[in-house]
Design a protein around this ligand. Structure first.
Ligand SMILES: [Zn+2]
Length: 275
């Protein structure tokens, strides 16, 4: 954890600080200020009280710092398990952002999405060396631009890691990691927001600048924009499905027509063929 309470005040870990407690469970915590991991607080006698907690990296900290300190590490009670979960960031508009560096299994991913509901994942796309090359390669195979910066892809697993394709909330991929945003190329600098989709293969993603993402989270517009966009996509999907069903029915009636109304035609053409 980045923050612990000392005399009810949120404090960052420093070697000489004592008497700190966990804001979630009230247990005693100690400052860990080594050279390997980012400085943090750890429970003294017990394990971390949130079973979903992921060891923090510098990448987490840099991301969290884009948002006010009061929005960071918010403890939320889980009535089903009696646990408390720590949202990496929870905005004053109720949006939760979870920054995910390590692998997450689908069961936990679903639990977190169901718990936080109004949330967005930000995934570290630099942890596995294959993720960015796959994304670049996917781009070469083609995608259809639905509107500027919004792409429809038919084989989503050619672009993104499989375990994120069934997410029920938007997933933002960050392929820049800790590189300097000023020196990096624009493909890495851009964020890619994968929207929830009806199946694993057909998907839609949007290119978003870091600035725009952070700005719309800060001013509270993110959730409304995503919702409006998803409604639009849903409408398009329904229309497409109707068209598909209608064209399938058309084929079906044409088949019926051939077999029952003009069976002799089929027979006669067959006869001709075998003559
Ligand atoms: Zn605790």
């Amino acid at each position: 954890m980045r923050f612990a309470l000392i005399d009810n005040e949120h404090m960052e870990a420093k070697p000489d600080l004592v008497g700190a407690v966990c804001p979630g469970c009230g247990a005693s915590v100690i400052a860990k200020c080594g050279t390997q991991k980012v400085h943090h607080w750890a429970h003294r006698n017990t394990r971390m009280c949130d079973s979903w907690w992921e060891t923090e990296t510098q990448w987490h900290r840099v991301w969290k710092n884009n948002f006010p300190v009061e929005w960071q590490e918010i403890f939320l009670p889980d009535e089903q398990t009696g646990e408390k979960h720590i949202a990496d960031v929870r905005t004053e508009y109720g949006l939760v952002i979870e920054f995910q560096h390590s692998f997450i299994n689908p069961v936990e991913r679903i639990s977190r999405e169901e718990f936080y509901k109004n949330m967005v994942w930000v995934v570290d796309g630099t942890r596995l060396s294959r993720d960015f090359p796959r994304f670049l390669k996917g781009g070469k195979f083609g995608s259809t631009e639905l509107k500027p910066g919004v792409m429809h892809i038919e084989f989503a697993d050619d672009f993104f890691p499989r375990n994120w394709l069934r997410s029920s909330v938007p997933v933002v991929f960050d392929f820049l990691g800790l590189d300097n945003p000023d020196s990096a190329d624009h493909i890495r600098k851009t964020l890619y927001c994968l929207f929830p989709s009806h199946d694993e293969y057909n998907a839609v993603f949007a290119k978003i600048s870091r600035k725009a993402f952070i700005k719309t989270v800060l001013n509270g517009e993110w959730s409304d924009r995503v919702r409006a966009y998803m409604d639009e996509m849903e409408q398009k999907y329904i229309e497409k499905e109707l068209q598909r069903k209608e064209s399938q029915q058309g084929v079906y009636y044409r088949k019926l027509y051939k077999v029952y109304i003009y069976p002799h035609r089929i027979k006669s053409t067959r006869r001709k063929r075998y003559k």
